[in-house]
Design a protein around this ligand. Structure first.
Ligand code: HEC
Ligand code: HEC
Ligand code: HEC
Ligand code: HEC
Ligand code: HEC
Ligand code: HEC
Ligand code: HEC
Length: 486
C-alpha cells in the first residue's frame, strides 16, 4: 500500500468511528437535552449578533466570556420548587420561557394554570390533560386554570367572597363571551321577541341556541355570517387561521399573525396561534381590541357583513410602542365612522370599564344595556361636574386596581378619583388641584380632561348620547395636530 493510501484509510476509519459515536450519542440524548442544547445555541447566536455591533475591547471580551460559558453548559434537569414543596420539571424543556407576570411569579409553577404532569420529561405525557390544549384562557377551562379550582394555592379568579374578584364567573356573563347581544337584537329586529329577551344563561354562548330564528330563512345566514365567522364560539379571528381564546384574547398581547417572538425554543416562531410572549397584562392597547372590533360594518336587516375597505390597516397595525398619532388616527376606526379626539387619542380601555369589558354578573340583551361609560362621566354637562369618589378604605377595589398597573400614579388615602354615573370607579381618572386628569393605562401618559361646564359647549344637557355629541364634535376627517395631548 502506498503511504498516501494508508493515510487515507486511516482517516476514513477515524471518521467512521466519529460518526458511530455521534450517532450513539444523539440516540441516547433525550428530547429535553436537545431542546436545552438548542436553547444554549440560541443564546450564543444572540451574543454573536451583539458581537458584530460592539464598540470597545472590554465589551467584546465580556461577550466572548459569556459565549464561552454557554458553550460549556451541559443540559441538566430543571426543577421548580413550589411554596407547598411540590416539584415541577416543565422548564427542563421550556427553558427560558418568560415569567408570565409579576402577580404570577415563577415559583407558582406551571401546572396551576396549564394542568399536565409536572414531573414527566416526555413531551406527550407531560402535556397529557393540559387545560384547553395549551390555551388555559379558553372559557370552558378557566374555572380550573384562572379560577384555581384545582390548585394547591386555592381560589384565584373564581369562587371568592367578593363578586368583583371572580373575573372567571363575571366573564361568563359578558356579551363578548356569549354574543348574547347579537342574538337578542337580531331576534328582536325580526320580530321574534318584543321586547328583546335574553335566551342565554351565564356561560352559554349564542351557539347553544339551536334554532335562533325558529327555522326561518335567516337561520343559516346568522350562523354563517355572525356566529361561525367570529370568535369564542367555534370560530376563528377575522382573516386569520387562529382562534381567539377567552381571557387570552385581551390579556395576552399578540402580533397580527399571532406568532411567538419570545425565548422558549420549543415554540416554533412560524406556527400561528400564540401571543408574542408568555406574558399576561392589563395594559391592553386598542390594537388588541381591534382584532375583533372595527373590522367592518354589519347590517342587522340583511345580516350581511362588509369588511372595512382598509382592513389591512387593522391586520398590520404597528405594535403600540411604535405607533404614531398619525397612523392611529387612520387605523382605529373604519373609514366613515365619526369620533371625537379623545375616542382615538385614548385607548379603548381608558373609557370602557372593567365591568363593561369583563362582565358585571348580569345577562344583558344588548350592547347598549351592557355599556357603563358615558361621555358625561368624564366631561360633565353644562350644569353638572363629574362625580367624585374619595378613597378612604384599603378594601376599595380601586386600591387593588391601581396597584396592578405599574403605570398608574400611586394612589393614597384621601385621593379623589372618578365614579361613573352607573357607579363604577375609575382609579386612573383623578381630581388634582381642582382639575380632572386621565392617565393612559398603557403608558401612564397624562391628559387634562376639558370640562363642559364653563365652556362654550352648545349641548342640550338632556341629550347625552355619543350620537348627540358627534353632531358637533366630529374630528374624523381632521389630521392630528402636533401631539394633541396636554
Ligand atoms: C420533553 C419536553 C417537554 C416537556 C417536559 C414539556 N413540554 Fe411543553 N412543549 C414541548 C414542545 C416541543 C412544545 C411545542 C409543541 C408543538 O409545537 O407542537 C411544547 C408546547 C407546550 C405548550 C403550548 C401548546 C401549544 O398549543 O403548542 C404549553 C402550554 C406547554 N408546552 C406547557 C407545558 C407544561 C405545563 C409542561 C409541564 C407539565 C410541559 N409543557 C412540559 C416540550 C415539552
Ligand atoms: C398565570 C397562569 C400561567 C402560568 C403560571 C404559566 N402559564 Fe404558560 N401560558 C399561560 C397562558 C394564558 C398562555 C397562552 C398564551 C397565548 O395566548 O398563547 C400560556 C402559554 C404557554 C406556552 C405557549 C407559548 C406562549 O407563550 O404562548 C407555553 C410553552 C407555556 N405557557 C409554558 C409554561 C410553563 C413552562 C410555565 C411554568 C414555568 C407556565 N407556562 C406558567 C398561562 C400561564
Ligand atoms: C375576541 C373578540 C373580541 C375582543 C378581543 C374584544 N371584543 Fe369587545 N366585543 C366583541 C363582541 C362579539 C361584542 C358584541 C357582543 C354582542 O353584542 O353579542 C363586543 C362588545 C363590546 C362592547 C359593548 C358591550 C359590552 O359588553 O359592554 C364593548 C364596550 C367592547 N366590546 C369593548 C372591548 C374592549 C375595550 C376590548 C379590548 C380590551 C374588546 N372589546 C375586545 C368581541 C371582542
Ligand atoms: C375583552 C377583554 C378582556 C377579556 C376577554 C378578559 N379581560 Fe380581564 N381585564 C380586561 C380589562 C380592560 C381590565 C382592566 C384593566 C384596568 O383596569 O387596568 C381587566 C382586568 C383584569 C384583572 C385585574 C383585576 C381587575 O379586576 O381589575 C384580572 C385579574 C382579570 N382581568 C382577569 C381576567 C380573566 C380571568 C379573564 C377570563 C375569564 C379575563 N380577565 C378576560 C379585559 C379583559
Ligand atoms: C373617549 C372614550 C372612549 C374610547 C377611547 C372608546 N370608546 Fe367605545 N364608547 C364610548 C362611549 C361613551 C360609548 C357609549 C356611547 C353613547 O353614550 O352613546 C361607547 C360605545 C361603544 C360600543 C357600543 C356601541 C357601538 O357604538 O358599537 C362599543 C362596541 C365600543 N364603544 C367599543 C370601543 C372600542 C373597541 C374602542 C377602542 C378601539 C373604544 N370603544 C374606544 C367611549 C369610548
Ligand atoms: C375616560 C374619560 C373620558 C371619556 C369617557 C370621554 N372623554 Fe372626551 N376627553 C377626555 C380627555 C382626556 C380629553 C383630552 C385629551 C385629548 O385631547 O384627546 C378629552 C377631550 C374631549 C373633547 C375636546 C377635544 C378637542 O378637540 O380639544 C371633546 C369634544 C370630547 N372629549 C368629547 C367626548 C365625547 C363626545 C365623549 C363620549 C363619546 C367623550 N369625550 C368621552 C376624556 C374622556
Ligand atoms: C350643538 C353643537 C354641540 C353639541 C351637540 C355638543 N357640543 Fe360640546 N362644544 C360645542 C362648542 C361650539 C364648543 C366650544 C368649542 C371651543 O371653545 O372651541 C364645545 C366645547 C366642548 C368641550 C370643551 C372643549 C375644550 O377644549 O374646552 C367639551 C368637553 C365638550 N364640548 C363636550 C361635549 C359633549 C360630551 C357633548 C355631548 C353630550 C357635546 N359636547 C355636545 C358644541 C357642541
Amino acid at each position: 500500500m502506498s503511504k498516501r493510501l494508508k493515510v487515507f484509510l486511516g482517516l476514513a476509519i477515524l471518521i467512521c468511528f466519529a460518526m458511530f459515536f455521534w450517532a450513539v450519542k444523539s440516540y441516547s440524548s433525550s428530547a429535553w437535552q436537545t431542546w436545552q442544547t438548542k436553547y444554549f445555541e440560541a443564546q450564543i447566536a444572540v451574543l454573536q449578533e451583539n458581537m458584530t455591533k460592539v464598540q470597545g475591547e472590554e465589551e467584546a471580551e465580556q461577550i466572548k466570556q459569556k459565549i464561552k460559558e454557554w458553550q460549556e453548559k451541559k443540559p441538566t434537569v430543571q426543577e421548580i420548587r413550589l411554596s407547598n414543596g411540590n416539584i415541577e420539571r416543565c422548564t427542563t424543556c421550556h427553558l427560558g420561557i418568560e415569567e408570565i407576570s409579576k402577580s404570577h411569579p415563577s415559583d407558582m409553577g406551571c401546572t396551576v394554570c396549564h394542568g399536565g404532569n409536572a414531573l414527566s420529561l416526555d413531551e406527550k405525557t407531560a402535556h397529557e390533560g393540559m387545560y384547553g390544549g395549551g390555551h388555559s384562557g379558553q372559557l370552558d377551562v378557566t374555572r380550573l386554570s384562572c379560577g384555581g379550582g384545582s390548585s394547591a394555592v386555592g381560589q384565584c379568579h373564581s369562587g371568592n367572597k367578593h363578586e368583583i374578584d371572580n373575573q372567571v364567573d363575571l366573564m361568563s356573563t359578558s356579551l363578548m363571551a356569549s354574543k348574547g347581544g347579537e342574538l337578542s337584537m337580531t331576534r328582536y329586529m325580526y320580530g321574534l321577541d318584543i321586547p328583546p329577551q335574553i335566551l342565554l344563561k351565564p356561560g352559554e354562548t349564542a351557539t347553544n341556541v339551536e334554532v335562533p330564528f325558529n327555522h326561518r330563512a335567516e337561520e343559516m345566514k346568522f350562523q354563517e355570517t355572525c356566529l361561525s365567522a367570529c370568535h369564542q364560539t367555534e370560530g376563528k379571528l377575522p382573516g386569520l387561521e387562529v382562534q381567539s381564546n377567552g381571557c387570552e384574547s385581551c390579556h395576552v398581547l399578540s402580533n397580527s399573525e399571532h406568532t411567538y417572538e419570545g425565548r422558549d425554543v420549543t415554540i416554533s416562531q412560524e406556527k400561528l396561534g400564540y401571543g408574542m410572549e408568555h406574558k399576561l397584562t392589563v395594559q391592553i392597547p386598542y390594537t388588541q381590541c381591534n382584532q375583533c372590533h372595527n373590522q367592518g360594518e354589519y347590517e342587522l336587516y340583511t345580516m350581511d357583513f362588509t369588511p372595512r375597505p382598509d382592513l389591512d390597516r387593522v391586520n398590520s397595525s404597528p405594535s403600540p410602542d411604535k405607533e404614531s398619532l398619525e397612523t392611529r388616527w387612520q387605523n382605529v376606526y373604519s373609514p366613515g365612522l365619526v369620533f371625537t379626539k379623545c375616542e382615538v387619542n385614548l385607548d379603548c380601555i381608558d373609557c370602557h370599564t372593567r365591568k363593561e369589558v369583563m362582565g358585571d354578573g348580569e345577562m344583558h340583551v344588548s350592547e347598549w344595556k351592557a355599556l357603563k361609560i358615558q361621555c358625561q362621566d368624564c366631561h360633565g354637562t353644562t350644569d353638572s361636574k363629574p362625580q367624585e369618589w374619595t378613597i378612604t378604605d384599603r378594601s376599595d377595589i380601586a386600591w387593588a386596581e391601581a396597584r396592578i398597573n405599574p403605570d398608574f400614579p400611586s394612589l393614597e388615602m384621601g385621593d379623589v378619583i372618578l365614579k361613573t354615573l352607573k357607579g363604577e370607579e375609575l382609579p386612573y381618572v383623578r381630581l388634582e388641584n381642582g382639575q380632572w386628569f386621565s392617565y393612559r393605562k398603557t403608558n401612564g401618559e397624562k391628559f387634562l380632561i376639558p370640562q363642559v361646564i364653563g365652556s362654550k359647549c352648545l349641548q342640550d344637557p338632556d341629550k347625552q348620547s355619543s350620537d348627540d355629541c358627534h353632531k358637533c364634535h366630529d374630528v374624523s376627517k381632521d389630521k392630528p395636530s402636533s401631539g394633541g395631548n396636554k
